[in-house]
Design a protein around this ligand. Structure first.
Ligand code: SF4
Ligand code: FES
Length: 247
């Protein structure tokens, strides 16, 4: 396949940034999207030009490092996958592909397609810890009865990889889906109930401080989330927040 790429180039956080055109040829449909960018970068390197900076690590949909807004969608046109799992067979010969960073005030651009998502780390840090008795009288976790339904919901919430696609897809740049997944994975388990009040209050406060927008129930986040995190988690977080505020 021969493709035309329009890629966001931005030298650093202060640079205004702009779209730059590149042509790439002989792209195999079996390549991953990031491998296609690797080929482009090799070519730029060989020509002595600055390669395009983009985030990645595991390249198997686990770590949450890869990002990219591809043709207007976080993680591109496929569903239930991260950018590293997107394959070039999703595109046609002659296509023009627009590649931009995840855009949100709380995710400032570092360079080109790399954004700073450390606001997510600070929200998780604000959530604190869970109390586990390690005094020698520790109860075997398997001996604590948990309803199967709740265990499954907690596990589903815990599959959030913190990629930020929910924020990038939201017209308000809201982080509610991410934060609600992190609140829910503990709120649904007895081990997480001990600090549940402080956790939800502190995480929501931090989320607001970091400059994320409010949720207006558009639902784009759920559609674009590579892990299928459900909007039900936002409803659960709102209930947790309400009860915590009344205590
Ligand atoms: S909720 Fe989904 S889209 Fe948002 S950070 Fe977690 S995995 Fe990514
Ligand atoms: S590089 Fe790890 S999820 Fe894409």
């Amino acid at each position: 396949m021969n493709l035309k790429l329009k890629i966001w180039r931005q030298k650093d956080a202060k640079d205004a940034g702009r779209m730059v055109d590149y042509n790439i040829s002989d792209v195999s449909p079996d390549m991953s999207f990031l491998e296609m960018l690797d080929v482009l970068n090799e070519d730029l390197n060989n020509k002595g030009e600055d390669p395009v900076a983009f985030d990645h690590d595991c390249r198997e949909g686990i770590c949450g490092m890869c990002s990219l807004h591809i043709n207007g969608e976080p993680h591109g046109p496929d569903r239930g996958i991260t950018t590293c799992q997107l394959h070039m067979r999703k595109f046609k010969d002659g296509d023009t592909i627009y590649i931009e960073p995840f855009r949100a005030k709380a995710f400032p651009v570092i360079k080109d397609l790399v954004v700073n998502r450390s606001a997510f780390d600070r929200i998780q840090q604000a959530g604190g810890f869970i109390s586990v008795n390690t005094s020698g009288n520790t109860q075997d976790a398997n001996a604590i009865p948990i309803q199967k339904h709740n265990a499954d919901l907690a596990f589903d919430a815990a599959t959030c990889i913190g990629c930020g696609a929910c924020v990038a897809s939201c017209k308000n740049a809201s982080a509610m889906l991410f934060v609600s997944a992190k609140v829910s994975q503990f709120a649904l388990l007895p081990q997480g109930r001990i600090e549940a009040t402080e956790r939800v209050l502190n995480m929501v406060k931090k989320m607001d401080e970091e400059g994320f927008g409010n949720c207006t129930n558009t639902g784009a986040c759920e559609v674009e989330c590579p892990k299928g995190i459900s909007l039900e988690n936002i409803a659960r977080m709102n209930r947790e927040y309400l009860f915590a505020s009344l205590k």
